[in-house]
Design a protein around this ligand. Structure first.
Ligand code: AMP
Length: 399
């Protein structure tokens, strides 16, 4: 089955075609690309900016033309969408119909930048290929198993009942995929796997896995909570926001400050971990401090989640930084010494795209590196949902 995986942003459309029947060791990627500047630079006063597609429908025409070139006679069998927010309703990927699309739209207030863009992508496909099966794969879904003591904030109930303010968690597709692969690597049945997954990319989150399920995660009501990220602050005292408001900053300014001007960028002047590590190695004090803050905060979460899962079988690094920055992994591992964790420097220095162990044989908790592949996870989930629906075991649109 050929699945077109779509990650639709407000002005961009990222796509990949995966052959899900490809064997485990094959990537199965037939085509991929990114269309940018959708709805940008059109009639914008002749400022010389390149003209992008007018809307998502026009962007999809560009994708279609490209797919014809690459796939020839083969055609896409289904489309899988990365949808950021599934709220409390969606605990699994679902086949999309009108009602599901409207349900995703109703969640717009919880993800005002992302869900409207995801819906644009779904509608563009429905218009172009009306009979194409579409599946929504939610970033929040894997975290629907988090128990109330971990998702509830200690605030009056109306914040939850009226506004849906609670922990949702994100990066779920990646955490689920990586937990599955980590259990495989360790030879433990997935439903018996307890561990801590560290998804460290430009956005970063840690997830506590117990019995193969998410039982806590560091991102919360939004992807701002938790770890120090590329440009996001992660956890801070909420009174800082009140203080800034009283200083005259408006909500949009505070939002931009904490989401786009904080994290590594604020501490070290760059949100690129490679540059921060290089600067620290050449003696830059601010870069050293940034690495110390980020690794310390991450190690605190590992300690907390080791407790949350009743003793982790493994701590797993993934995503851009987790997979590639041996230097950052080493800083975290050093802080985990109190748990009996011991890194193997040679294994940590190896570069490989394969899931692997990087701790010493005597380490009390194994450290793993497991590359994530969200597109693959979305493509496989899409194929499963479509096959189940066509076998009649899942009614269209059920959650
Ligand atoms: P992602 O969001 O998963 O693409 O990850 C982006 C982050 O990974 C950025 O902070 C990059 O600096 C970081 N990254 C990618 N490659 C490397 C590398 N070889 N060494 C250190 N950091 C890297």
């Amino acid at each position: 089955m050929l699945v077109l995986v779509i990650n639709s942003g407000s002005s961009s459309l990222k796509y990949q075609v995966r052959d899900v029947s490809a064997h485990e060791h094959e990537a199965g990627v037939l085509a991929e690309g990114l269309i940018e500047r959708i709805g940008v630079g059109n009639g914008g006063g002749g400022d010389g900016e390149p003209i992008g597609p007018r809307d998502h429908a026009e962007a999809l025409e560009l994708v279609d033309a490209r797919l014809h070139e690459v796939l020839g006679d083969r055609t896409v069998d289904a489309v899988g969408h990365r949808v950021v927010h599934g709220g409390e309703r969606f605990a699994e990927p679902v086949l999309v119909d009108h009602e599901i699309t409207r349900a995703i739209e109703r969640l717009n207030p919880l993800a005002p930048l992302h869900n409207p863009a995801n819906v644009l992508g779904i509608r563009a496909i429905a218009e172009k290929w009306p009979t194409m099966p579409q599946v929504a794969v939610f970033d929040t879904a894997f975290h629907r198993s988090i128990p109330e003591h971990a998702w509830r904030y200690a605030v009056p109930d109306w914040l939850y009942s009226r506004h849906g303010i609670r922990r949702y968690g994100f990066h779920g597709t990646s955490h689920q995929y990586v937990a599955h692969r980590a259990a495989q690597l360790l030879g433990i049945p997935e439903e018996e796997f307890d561990g801590v997954i560290l998804h460290l990319g430009n956005g970063a989150s840690a997830t506590a896995i117990q019995g193969g399920k998410s039982v806590d995660t560091s991102m919360g009501f939004t992807p701002l909570e938790g770890l120090v990220m590329g440009t996001r602050s992660g956890d801070i005292d909420p009174s800082i926001l009140v203080f800034l408001g009283r200083q005259g900053m408006n909500p949009d300014e505070i939002d931009a400050l904490l989401n786009r001007e904080s994290g590594l960028k604020a501490l070290a002047g760059s949100n690129d971990m490679r540059s921060v590590v290089e600067a620290a190695e050449s003696g830059d004090e601010a870069a050293r401090t940034a690495l110390a803050v980020a690794s310390y905060r991450l190690a605190k979460y590992v300690g907390a989640y080791h407790v949350a899962v009743g003793g982790a079988h493994a701590v797993v690094f993934t995503a851009g930084i987790g997979e590639n920055s041996g230097a950052f992994r080493a800083l975290v591992a050093e802080r985990l010494g109190a748990l009996g964790v011991e890194l193997d420097d040679a294994l940590n220095a190896e570069r490989s795209k394969e899931p692997r162990v990087i701790s010493a044989p005597g380490s009390a908790i194994p450290l793993l590196v497991v590359p994530t592949d969200e597109e693959r996870a979305i493509a496989e989930a899409t194929a499963t949902v479509v096959e189940r629906a066509s076998a009649g075991s899942q009614p269209v649109g059920s959650a």
